[in-house]
Ligand binder design. Structure first.
Ligand code: EPZ
Length: 419
């Protein structure tokens, strides 16, 4: 199994270009099931989760062609595809559940594996299923599979999500786009990736519009048209590299990202003492020794993202005073804490709160990576620790960061993959 070796205590300097967003590309790939017309997707990130979603599409009969242009594919669905998503493909990537909505909308039946347990929390799919039932879907769960059917075409209706869920909002946007009549979805997630999904569906002929801050009006359509679409840049990757500059007291230009979509993060980084200059599609950051402390909660967009919580924690270890992070989205997303403490951090957790004492001089160690963002937080700590840090079990990292070693090496990190 691959591992990473990082030789730390080097300041990062230079330019990092941000790849396409994994969490925008996954629902867009799922939504392609709605159409039997040619779809060209550009700026797909070259990461494992995207390859898995493409495999899933191929397994149901989509024809995928890789273009000569980097990170671009053409999808052509037949009139009839299989409405089955196997456990083997869905087990490593929870976004597999997003094929349920489009399969039901187009064919009225689907058998999709439930995504199974996950290291960051239980992550049920009850909100997805109850909302789909309101569109006329009957379902039961047998042997780990959701068996879902609707007697007639899905029928648009009013749905208020009981809790903000990114995935459930996406599944219902996709399904409602091909349901009969109008759907009003309220209490929706409003992450930029949701907006990208809506832009994509509208680009292939959907009729979706915002009628309130968290409310969508969706007019179902029967047929979609050919289209070409560019996936948005990855805001979590951008945030991760901003923190990489900050922890190493380096100086980075983060390019290819619209700064407006990470305004909350930028404001927080400024409060922590970092110098940030914003240009069009570029953010310049200069790190500092004097990191301030903070008391912060993760929350749905536009709040501070749970997907940057682990990375921020590494930065807060450098502060002189106590910081507190409350993880409000997932119940078990502090798995990086034990490994960071092994590197010399002084972090205690109680329930969903982490108390970060600060004043940490990270020391190199042999580490074990857990989930995607926890894995990258260990790289960040390793970048500042003197000596060689070895990070084992990095397959989660490959699910979501395109060419991370190459991008880091280009800006001065000493990091290598050992296979
Ligand atoms: C998406 O997961 C992202 N994944 C996650 O990114 C991200 O952390 C999360 O949104 C929150 O921003 C993708 O976009 C592929 P949710 P999702 O439904 O859709 C509970 C990463 O590192 N819930 O918004 O699964 C759930 O347990 C990842 O890239 C239910 O109770 O997240 C959680 O506590 C990890 N029932 C909360 O809602 C449901 O049916 C929010 O989850 C659905 C969710």
């Amino acid at each position: 199994m691959d591992k990473l070796e990082v030789f730390g205590a080097r300041k990062l300097k230079g330019n990092v270009h941000i790849s396409g967003s994994k969490n925008a590309a996954l629902p867009i790939l799922a939504a392609s099931i709605l159409s039997n017309k040619k779809i060209i997707l550009n700026n797909l990130p070259n990461v494992k989760d995207i390859k898995t979603m493409i495999k899933l599409l191929e397994s149901i009969g989509s024809i995928i062609k890789y273009s000569k242009k980097k990170n671009s594919i053409t999808i052509q669905n037949k009139n009839k595809i299989k409405t089955f998503a196997s456990y083997n493909l869905v087990k490593t990537m929870r976004a597999g559940i997003l094929v349920l909505g489009p399969m039901l909308a187009r064919y009225g039946n689907a058998k999709v594996s439930t995504p199974g347990g996950c290291t960051i929390g239980v992550r049920p799919i009850d909100i997805h299923l109850k909302a789909l039932a309101k569109l006329g879907v009957n379902y039961k769960i047998v042997d780990g599979y959701v068996h879902a059917k609707s007697k007639k075409k899905l029928k648009g209706t009013k749905i208020k999500f009981p809790k903000i869920s990114v995935g459930a909002t996406e599944n219902l946007i996709i399904a409602s786009s091909m349901a009969e009549g109008t759907s009003i979805l309220s209490n929706c997630a409003i992450e930029p990736e949701i907006k990208d999904l809506i832009n994509f569906i509208n680009c292939i002929g959907g009729k979706i519009k915002w009628i309130g801050k968290r409310t969508l009006k969706i007019q179902g359509v029967n047929n979609f048209k050919e289209a070409k679409y560019n996936i948005m840049p990855d805001r979590i990757e951008a945030g991760t590299y901003l923190i990489a500059a900050a922890v190493t007291e380096g100086k980075l230009k983060i390019s290819g990202i619209n700064p407006n979509i990470i305004r909350t993060e930028i404001e927080i980084f400024k409060k922590l003492g970092l110098k940030i200059k914003i240009e069009k599609n570029q953010i310049n950051i200069i790190g500092t020794k004097d990191i301030k402390s903070i008391n912060l909660k993760t929350s749905p967009y536009p709040g501070f993202p749970t997907d940057l919580q682990a990375q921020l924690m590494v930065l807060l270890c450098k502060s002189k005073k106590l910081s507190i992070i409350s993880e409000e989205i997932f119940e078990n997303r502090f798995m990086h804490v034990a490994e960071l403490n092994r590197m010399g951090a002084k972090i205690k957790t109680k329930g969903n709160k982490a108390f970060i004492e600060g004043n940490t001089n990270f020391k190199s160690a042999e580490l074990m990576a857990t989930d995607l963002r926890a894995s990258v937080s260990l790289i960040l700590a390793a970048l500042i620790a003197k000596g060689k840090t070895t990070i084992n079990r990095i397959y989660h990292l490959d699910r979501g960061y395109e060419q991370i070693e190459k991008k880091l090496r280009k800006v001065g990190a000493k990091i290598r993959r050992v296979s």
